[in-house]
Design a protein around this ligand. Structure first.
Ligand code: C2O
Ligand code: CU
Ligand code: CU
Length: 513
């Protein structure tokens, strides 16, 4: 174990020596003249083509290059473009078909995060798309209006593939959302904000994992991209804007707020519109969480969307684990400058009632399942309990550190962890026995959060969710019901959405029967 540690330390030192503590030019440039010189890119809107009653969307996964830093070129991946993908918009009850062509040199796949779909259409780790082939899932929408997204879910390779750019936003509209008035002009007052952090090598390429730390904390990039734009600004032309914020970082949690601490109104979370709007001044979002907010810029002043660094409460004790956990998400960032133009078009008043959420009755739950989120001690290299058992010894190892598991089992494509009967109301207990927060995502469902260690959730978690932060020593109970499809053969996933944890085993599988 000392060996591994020494090697990893020297890799880290090597990397530090390479970047040499020299300030990279873009920092200097950004600090002099305009700190936010780049207009925010707005991904193109893909509304599909109706063919015989089915709405078709064509997605080409491809390699390209992007210009993030002055004078440097970054090799990237994208969908119909060089980095990230178009925003796919659709409407509830329609039947859609997504033609996903893999024009990359390696196998990948595509998951529709936030969608209720037949298991074979879900785009989980077993559903790979080989290079040169096209995968065309087709399904009918049973969706609330929401901001969802799509991303690679490749086995042991989701982190690297999403990091290169395989992700995009999906917007669902439904009858409820069509019947209320909200800012809804895409790119004008209805703005996608795909927020990610990245590290760069000196040649401009993305730097993925090079240090042991990054296996524990996940990748923590020092440069923020919004829709693939570094140091972006957006010129507001309306008094209010709807910002659809998606934390598409691999592992970083953000705490969003505005530079003048102005209040904003949250109208939606992962599962779509909340029942009523909710005013707040800051908002914590883990990877994969979404929040739609309305911000008022009618005072005409420039305002900056920030992320505040967290203050860690993890106890200080000797050793790397304490150091790593205490330093997580402690950095602050300036993310986006919003610049109102001199005359602003009027915006609708935020409706007092946004949607109706049909709540499930916890006393009708017929099954309780407990998922223990587990992490061994970092540096050790553990042993499997045997081929395909999915069981680990509980300490160390496996894919290079962390030993992430659920109920002591690493994700194993050949092992179905849970069988869930269609239509049953169940309570899933997400029980974090590890020393760090894990954002847990369950596929094919929007769940209700019942409580955290017995305490009912705050307003922002009272809508429907598909990803929930589970803090150390916390037991979060969620109410789930799978309503549409059965398939005893093809599993859905549940997992930590810190992609470096997911790729290292903190994932399980269930079938709906
Ligand atoms: Cu956003 Cu299983 O994924
Ligand atoms: Cu998902
Ligand atoms: Cu995790």
């Amino acid at each position: 174990m000392t060996n591994r540690r020494t090697i990893l330390k020297s890799i880290a030192l090597g990397a530090a020596a390479l970047s040499g503590g020299v300030r990279l030019p873009w920092h200097a440039i950004a600090q002099e003249a305009d700190k936010f010189p780049n207009p925010l890119q707005i991904p193109e809107l893909l509304e599909g083509t109706l063919i015989d009653g089915v709405r078709h969307y064509n997605l080409s996964l491809q390699e390209g290059t992007s210009q993030f830093l002055p004078g440097l070129t970054t090799p990237t991946w994208g969908i119909n473009r060089n980095f990230l993908g178009p925003t796919i918009r659709m409407r509830d009850t329609e039947t859609i078909r997504l033609n996903v062509s893999n024009n990359l040199q390696e196998a990948t796949n595509m998951h529709w995060h936030g969608f209720l779909v037949p298991a074979i259409c879900d785009g989980g780790p077993a559903q790979t798309i080989e290079p040169g082939t096209t995968w065309s899932p087709e399904f009918t929408l049973h969706q609330r209006a929401a901001t969802n997204w799509y991303h690679s879910h490749m086995m042991h390779n989701t982190g690297p593939q999403v990091y290169k750019g395989l992700a995009g936003m999906m917007i669902v509209e439904d009858e409820q959302s069509a019947s209320i008035e909200l800012p809804s002009q895409y790119g004008v007052d209805d703005i996608p904000l795909i927020v990610q952090d990245r590290n760069f090598n000196r040649d401009g390429s993305f730097r993925y994992i090079t240090r042991y730390d990054e296996l524990v904390q996940g990748i923590q990039g020092d440069t923020i991209l919004v829709n693939g734009t570094v140091w972006p600004h957006f010129v507001a032309t309306t008094q209010k804007m709807r910002l659809r914020i998606l934390n598409a970082a691999n592992s970083r949690t953000f705490t969003f707020a505005f530079s003048d601490n102005r209040p904003f109104v949250q109208i939606a979370s992962d599962g779509g519109l909340l029942e009523t709007p909710f005013e707040r001044t800051s908002m914590m979002m883990a990877p994969a969480e979404r929040a739609d907010i309305i911000v008022d810029v009618s005072d005409g002043r420039e305002v900056i969307l920030l992320s505040h660094g967290m203050v860690s409460t993890y106890p200080e004790h000797p050793g790397d684990l304490s150091r790593l956990l205490r330093s997580m998400d402690t950095q602050s960032f300036e993310i986006l400058s919003i610049r109102p133009q001199s005359s602003l078009a009027p915006s609708p008043i935020v409706p007092a009632a946004l949607s109706v959420i049909t709540k499930l009755d916890p006393s009708a739950a017929v099954t309780t399942r407990r998922l223990n989120l587990m992490m061994g001690h970092g540096h050790r290299s553990g042993e499997d309990r045997g081929a395909h058992s999915g069981l680990r010894s509980g300490f160390g190892g496996g894919f290079g550190g962390g030993n992430y598991s659920i109920n002591g089992r690493h994700h194993n494509l050949g092992f179905v962890n849970e069988q869930v009967p269609l239509g049953d109301i169940e309570i899933w207990e997400l029980n974090n026995t590890s020393p760090m927060t894990h954002p847990i995502h369950i596929h094919n469902v929007h769940f209700q959060i019942l409580d955290r260690n017995g305490t009912p959730p705050p307003p922002e978690e009272q809508g429907l969710k598909d990803t929930v932060r589970v803090r150390p020593s916390e037991l979060v109970r969620v109410l789930v019901r799978f309503e549409y499809y059965t398939d005893p053969e093809t599993p859905y996933m549940y997992h930590c959405h810190m992609l470096e944890h997911e790729d290292r085993g903190m994932m399980g599988q269930f079938v709906v029967v």
